[in-house]
Design a protein around this ligand. Structure first.
Ligand SMILES: [Zn+2]
Length: 416
């Protein structure tokens, strides 16, 4: 080719690029978007960091790059509202330290684009959490602020009532509203109500929900009163299938009166699987009785990910094999959590919304799913993640669906 011809070809390519309406087109997948009542084969077009269009047939010629996702599921990026990602402080045996994981290493490979750290930081160390994790992660990281000023640092610090202060907690939550999406109480081993009343008060002032891990179970502070007296509608009860605090009715195996009445009042029930908070002996009869999650979450940390929990898709698959419809499980992992944390711009694929997308495969086969007590339930389907797009950019691509065959790649630039 002459120099002139090369120039013309390059110019033509440049024009073609400039004229593409979309950067990326996901073609032929089954789109499941509960917020928009969509469960059908659709094409999804992305431009920049936004969903540009969702339609029955968008021509490939309009996109710079087309990815064939025929036979796969296309869902909003998954939202996991209970994780522990305050890593890197160097503190041992602490969820503001070694018990946490860095989000990007564990999110995208499971289709997750947004997480909420559940109380790793309190008002004293939120700035450190923000600088260390939120600002440095590609994953969208949000936080429930611990009512304990020192956050989830274990031992005596988490039990110190004098460090559970309403005002600085509420002030910090208000100052970072949007990043701080709720207040958290966890692991409280005392018999009094103070942590829960103060957490609720801080949440009320900040206009965010209160999430509780109810700690030790005592007759002096029954679950019924937390869910039906302390809680406001929209507050979140996590570890719903732990069975550790009278979630389950002993006689029937179904949900207790506390849970039934709490749901009637608008309490949000969250899975929070974790390392010790999800048992088949609780989940099977409760789901059979119709008590299903509002939100599916992992309680990701170094222990849960290496035991029964594994990852978000494993937890979602557990509800598929418990018989929940696929659309419902996706809803519980996208739009429902988006609403629960007041981020309604997330969790759906409406045109103009942020392009957080997961492309999932529903595998058929013989699989086993273990709970927090190493009990196994076998099932014949399982979700895996092919492609994760966060704010319009591919962050995970298991089989290179969006990539070129290596022979077709342009030659590498020579180093000088
Ligand atoms: Zn947790």
């Amino acid at each position: 080719m002459t120099g002139m011809r090369i120039l013309l070809v390059l110019l033509a390519a440049g024009v073609a690029f400039a004229q593409a309406d979309y950067d990326l087109l996901l073609k032929g997948g089954r789109v499941i978007d509960g917020r928009n009542n969509l469960n059908a084969v659709r094409d999804v077009a992305i431009k920049g960091d936004r969903i540009a269009a969702v339609a029955a047939d968008i021509p490939s010629s309009r996109a710079q790059r087309t990815v064939d996702v025929t036979g796969l599921l296309v869902t909003p990026g998954l939202i996991d509202i209970h994780v522990h990602v305050y890593a890197g402080t160097g503190e041992r045996n602490s969820y503001a330290g070694d018990n946490s994981v860095y989000p990007d290493g564990f999110t995208f490979r499971a289709g997750v684009t947004t997480v909420a750290d559940a109380g790793g930081a309190g008002w004293r160390n939120f700035d450190d959490f923000r600088d260390r994790i939120i600002n440095r992660s590609l994953t969208r990281v949000l936080a429930f602020l611990n009512i304990v000023g020192n956050g989830m640092r274990g031992g005596k610090l988490e039990q110190d009532l004098s460090d559970m202060e309403v005002k600085p907690t509420a002030d910090t939550a208000l100052k970072h509203k949007g990043l701080i999406v709720g207040i958290k109480s966890a692991h409280y081993a005392g018999r009094d109500w103070a942590p829960f009343e103060r957490g609720e008060e801080a949440a009320r002032i900040a206009g965010v929900p209160f999430m509780v891990d109810f700690g030790n179970n005592f007759p002096e502070r029954p679950l019924y009163d937390l869910l039906n007296k302390v809680y406001r509608p929209g507050d979140i009860y996590t570890h719903m299938y732990s069975g550790l605090r009278d979630e389950q009715d002993e006689a029937t195996g179904g949900p207790s009166r506390a849970m039934i009445d709490g749901r009637k009042r608008g309490v949000i029930f969250d899975v929070g699987h974790g390392g010790g908070s999800f048992f088949w002996r609780v989940a099977v009869p409760m789901v059979k009785a119709g008590f299903i999650p509002d939100t599916i979450s992992t309680d990701l940390h170094i222990t849960s990910m290496n035991s029964g929990m594994k990852d978000m898709l494993n937890v979602m698959s557990k509800f598929l094999i418990l018989g929940l419809p696929l659309e419902q499980v996706i809803l519980q992992s996208t739009w429902n959590p988006a609403k629960a944390i007041q981020h309604e711009e997330l969790g759906h694929l409406s045109a103009g919304s942020i392009a957080d997308v997961a492309v999932l495969r529903l595998e058929k086969g013989d699989f086993g799913f273990t709970d927090a007590g190493n009990g196994r339930l076998r099932g014949n389907q399982k979700l895996t993640c092919e492609l994760t797009i966060k704010s319009g950019r591919v962050q995970w691509d298991l089989n290179g669906l969006s990539r070129d065959d290596w022979e077709k790649q342009p030659p590498p630039r020579k180093k000088r």
